[in-house]
Design a protein around this ligand. Structure first.
Ligand SMILES: C[S@@+](CC[C@H](N)C(=O)[O-])C[C@H]1O[C@@H](n2cnc3c(N)ncnc32)[C@H](O)[C@@H]1O
Length: 116
């Protein structure tokens, strides 16, 4: 977001973005750069299943390489919640949910907001 000045935004919203970016911490760093102090980052992202013993997790692992080829690099094994936890936000409100999609591979989502 090179055209956006430092600390100039009240809110940044990302929906279903991080599955497409190899370096999520770099995205979060850029979000923090443009947010003013107290500004909020809202997100909803599909992620890796946290239940390692589930069929969803198994099929995510098996299908991810093929999925990435077919769906333009989309990664269904992202652990974006860890990147958010590691980023230096002053507050993080994050929930793991199952989105109402018939495609089980992309059911696990995180939704929430972080405050700079
Ligand atoms: C799954 S689509 C989601 C589109 C839309 N945000 C939505 O929720 O319907 C992923 C989007 O990420 C965008 N994208 C991928 N890499 C990006 C990057 N490095 N910076 C900004 N956008 C990117 C793609 O252009 C695409 O529009």
């Amino acid at each position: 977001m090179t055209s956006v000045a430092d600390a100039s935004m009240d809110v940044v919203v990302c929906t279903l973005l991080t599955c497409f970016v190899p370096n999520t911490p770099a995205v979060l760093k850029e979000v923090q750069r443009v947010l003013r102090r107290g500004g909020a980052f809202y997100f909803i992202e599909h992620v890796a299943s946290t239940d390692e013993s589930s069929w969803t997790s198994f099929f995510q692992k098996v299908m991810n390489p093929t999925w990435q080829l077919i769906v333009d690099g989309c990664n269904i094994r992202k652990t974006t919640w860890k990147d958010l936890e590691d980023a230096n936000f002053s507050e993080l409100n994050l929930r793991h949910i199952y989105a109402p999609t018939f495609l089980k591979l992309v059911n696990p989502h995180i939704i929430g907001y972080a405050v700079k």
